[in-house]
Write a protein that binds this ligand. Structure first.
Ligand SMILES: [Zn+2]
Length: 317
């Protein structure tokens, strides 16, 4: 079943940030000159996700400067973002391939050449210096915002410290390839580096811009890189509910050549009571819930062979 959504957000102009100051286009690092973590806010990992650049554009315009450590603001797949067309809004997710599935070291060191591989290799030396990362995203379907904190306890603690959004998803990522959130030390339980990926809502939903803003401000506050007064003044009015933690047991990866067909319209976080409930068709194969009280996470349309149509999980908290 397909569904389209109105474009209620206006893309911001990121051209003023092209030059930056790092030698890498669309990457700007502010240096306090003092000790402290190197903190990064990354946006437009996917080119049709408008909330992140709105939040970071706002932050630039506040004249933000770190009081300790370093703060880098980056626009990942800027080429894809600059091709955004409201008349064909799904088309600008990437240029050649998903830049958030190529962060395996073997892939980065390999010989594949696409617009995204080139960009990832360009960003990599800077990313290697980052201690704490927030990667801001949005979703294809209308769904409650969620934080993706990876499979390790350190990610879970980071998500709790930021305190919003309500839903926290602990997962290993995708079979299709490694996300930036899981790259290097971020994905190593023994490393002090840490990363969060926030999904702020549907791509063009007004609320997603507010969620991106509020999560970013709380993230910066927790990392201690910006003034506490700045954080207090810009917290927004988002409540900090008791967070719901969901452990992902695995994705359902599409095997047929055609996109997965859903039996019903799911938006995410539905709990399907009975194991064996039919969710949809992968080619002519029925796909069912693997266990009782299975939570559906980010059910996706338009997902073809080798990609995650949905992830299955359980509430643990
Ligand atoms: Zn995304």
């Amino acid at each position: 079943m397909t569904q389209t959504y109105p474009i209620d957000l206006e893309p911001v102009d990121i051209e003023p940030y092209r030059e930056g100051n790092t030698g890498i286009p669309f990457m700007t690092t502010f240096d306090s000159g003092g000790d402290g973590p190197h903190v990064m806010v990354m946006v437009v990992t996917h080119g049709n996700e408008l909330c992140g650049p709105i939040a970071v554009d706002w932050l630039f315009k506040q004249g933000v400067h770190p009081r300790r450590g370093k703060l880098t603001l980056g626009f990942s797949n800027w080429r894809a973002y600059q091709s955004f067309d409201p008349d064909d809004p799904f088309a600008s997710r990437f240029v050649d391939e998903d830049i958030n599935r190529i962060w395996d070291v073997s892939t980065l060191d390999g010989d594949r050449n696409t617009a995204e591989m080139e960009r990832a290799r360009e960003i990599r030396p800077l990313l290697d210096q980052v201690d704490l990362l927030l990667d801001i995203h949005s979703m294809t379907t209308l769904c409650e915002p969620l934080m993706i904190c990876g499979p390790h306890e350190k990610g879970r603690q980071f998500a709790r410290a930021v305190a919003i959004p309500e839903y926290v998803v602990c997962d290993e990522g995708h079979i299709a390839g490694k996300r930036m959130r899981d790259y290097g030390g971020f994905g190593d339980p023994g490393s002090p580096k840490n990363a969060l990926l926030v999904e702020c809502g549907q791509h063009w939903e007004k609320r997603s811009a507010q969620v991106a803003h509020d999560v970013m401000v709380r993230f910066l506050g927790h990392c201690g890189v910006v003034d506490a007064d700045f954080v207090r003044q810009n917290l927004g009015d988002s409540a900090t509910p008791k967070q719901k933690i969901i452990e992902v047991t695995g994705p359902y990866t599409v095997t047929a050549d055609q996109p997965f067909t859903w039996k019903d319209f799911y938006v995410g976080f539905e709990v399907i009571e009975k194991a064996g409930t039919v969710l949809g068709l992968d080619g002519d194969k029925e796909v069912v819930t693997p266990y009782d009280n299975c939570v559906l996470i980010m059910p996706n349309r338009l997902k073809g062979k080798g990609h995650s149509a949905v992830r299955f999980g359980r509430y643990v908290d």
